[in-house]
Structures are given as structure tokens and as C-alpha cells.
Design a protein around this ligand. Sequence first.
Ligand SMILES: Cc1cc2nc3c(=O)[nH]c(=O)nc-3n(C[C@H](O)[C@H](O)[C@H](O)COP(=O)(O)OP(=O)(O)OC[C@H]3O[C@@H](n4cnc5c(N)ncnc54)[C@H](O)[C@@H]3O)c2cc1C
Ligand code: FES
Length: 276
Amino acid sequence: MAHKITRKMDLNSEDFYVEVEAPLVAERFRAGNFVVLITVPHGERIPMSIMKAEDGKISMFIKKLGKTSWELYKSLDQFEHVIGPMGKPIDVKKYGRVVVASDLVCGHAENYALCKALKEAGNYVISFQTFPTAEEVYPEEVLARPVCDEYHLTTEDGSKGEEGHYLDILEEMLESGEKIDIIFAGGSLPNLKELGDLTKDYNIPTIVTVRQIMVDASGMCGACRVFVDGEMQLACIDGPMFDAHKIDWDAALRRPMMYVEQEKIAYERCKKLGRC
Ligand SMILES: Cc1cc2nc3c(=O)[nH]c(=O)nc-3n(C[C@H](O)[C@H](O)[C@H](O)COP(=O)(O)OP(=O)(O)OC[C@H]3O[C@@H](n4cnc5c(N)ncnc54)[C@H](O)[C@@H]3O)c2cc1C
Ligand code: FES
């Protein structure tokens, strides 16, 4: 069944917003879930985080990266399939003071969904969203500000909000003795590793999204394996959120780079055909 795209808009120079009709996914979505999109008949399956699920529709933030995302941005007004919700939702309960942090497209989508669920569960939720510059900050209507208790917008060059990456500001907060009971974060993998290194010293549980290449996204191919505490886990069914203090980061950072050459060829072909 085709799924109609009901809204598409630019978020910044690289990312765009898509809202699509997907009533069954919207009804069962829990924070931490993701979807798999098949954009055209026989197209590849691409996993996407969900920002919100309301009125039978889901909203996503998508980066224009390669063949499928560019094609979607330029040419499509429907998806062939929207499959999900996939993955394991987070354990939504009262933790106390919770930080939710993000610095990239998928992390920003999760930030909104996690803040909303954790606030509704009675937590004091502190959200950090980091963008490179003021020009790249998303429109206010999609930021996590209204769904948290304390909001920190940061830009790396200081042109809007607080100056620096959320890692710098969080480190200052922790050094000053501010109490944080748990941290959830998504976005750049190297920064999530750094976050885990930082919070380990303070003994703060830290749950992060480990984005790995997914093929079937249903636990059968093994493509998305992540090693956690020495055990093999599958990001598509056991994750995608895992304990940052237990992840084998060397392997997790290496795997997403495996198909860069093939991805380049697919994008060049798509550009030649005028679809990207
Ligand atoms: C759980 C999860 C949530 C995600 N959420 C988002 C999101 O909210 N917004 C967003 O823009 N992107 C998200 N991604 C990444 C997204 O799936 C890729 O950006 C997309 O597949 C790129 O496809 P492409 O053809 O445009 O680019 P390609 O040129 O095919 O790929 C560009 C890069 O995207 C990644 N990628 C490609 N194919 C896959 C795949 N099958 N599975 C996972 N990663 C892949 C690789 O790092 C690759 O180098 C998520 C990935 C996962 C695993
Ligand atoms: S994508 Fe195949 S096992 Fe996870």
C-alpha cells in the first residue's frame, strides 16, 4: 500500500522534514522505535528515526546524503512502504533528572520523541540540540523546546544560543556537580563514543543510538551487529539504543563505512538520470 507524503519542507541546507500517512505505525510507535522506508517499488530499505507520531501520520528528519534520500527529496510524493515500528523502545519510566542530547539529523528526531515520552513519565527533562551555525538551526516548530523542562540550543561557532558542542556544556554541568540521573543521546557516532567516555567517569547511565547499516531490519541478516559487553547484539531488534559504556566502539565506528564506494556509484548514476 502506498503512503502519501502530506508535508515536505527544508530544515536547513542538508536536512528536510517529511510527514507521511502511516496510521498503523503511528498508533503503535513508542520512543526509541524507528521505521524502514521503501521509497519506490523494488527500492532499497532505509531505516529512519521518528520525530513524532500523531493523527495517523509520522514525521521524520532526513539528510540528503545519497541516491535514496536525494530521490525522495527531489521527486517523490509517496512511499511504496513504511514498515514498523521497528526496534526496541526505551524503558520509559521515572528516572529523575534526564538529559536528552543530539547533534545530527537522526538524533534531533529522536530528541523530540524521547523528551516528550520522558516528560510525560514525570521526569525533569533537559534537552540539548547542537547545530554547526545559526543558519543550520532547524525551524523553531520542530525543535524539542516545547516538550522538555530545560532547553539548551547550542551552535559550534556560537552564532546562536550557547557556544560549543553539547559535550562541552554537559562537561561543565557535570564538573559543577549538577545531578543527572540518566542520559539518552543520538547523532554523530564518534561524539556518542566521547559522551560515553565522559559519563563513565561520573557513573551516569548513558543510552545512545548506534546507527549501523541495516539490510532486512528484522534480525535475519546480521548486517547491523553491534558488540555490547562482549556479546553480539543486532541494532534492528535489540537496539538501536545501547549502553554507551559497554559498546565495542572500534567495530561500531568501522562498520557504517563498508559500502562508501558502492554508495558513490549509485548516487552518480541517479544524478545522471536526473532523479537525484
Ligand atoms: C536506526 C536508524 C535510524 C536512522 N535515522 C535516520 C534519520 O532520522 N535521518 C536520516 O537522515 N538518516 C537516518 N538513518 C540513516 C539512513 O538510513 C541513511 O542515511 C540512508 O539509508 C541513506 O541512504 P541514501 O541512499 O540516501 O545514501 P547512501 O549513499 O546509500 O548512504 C549514505 C550513508 O548512509 C548510511 N546508510 C546507507 N544505507 C543504510 C542502511 N540501509 N541502513 C543504515 N544506514 C545506511 C551509511 O552510513 C552510508 O554511508 C538512520 C539509520 C538507522 C540505522
Ligand atoms: S539489519 Fe539484518 S539483522 Fe539487523
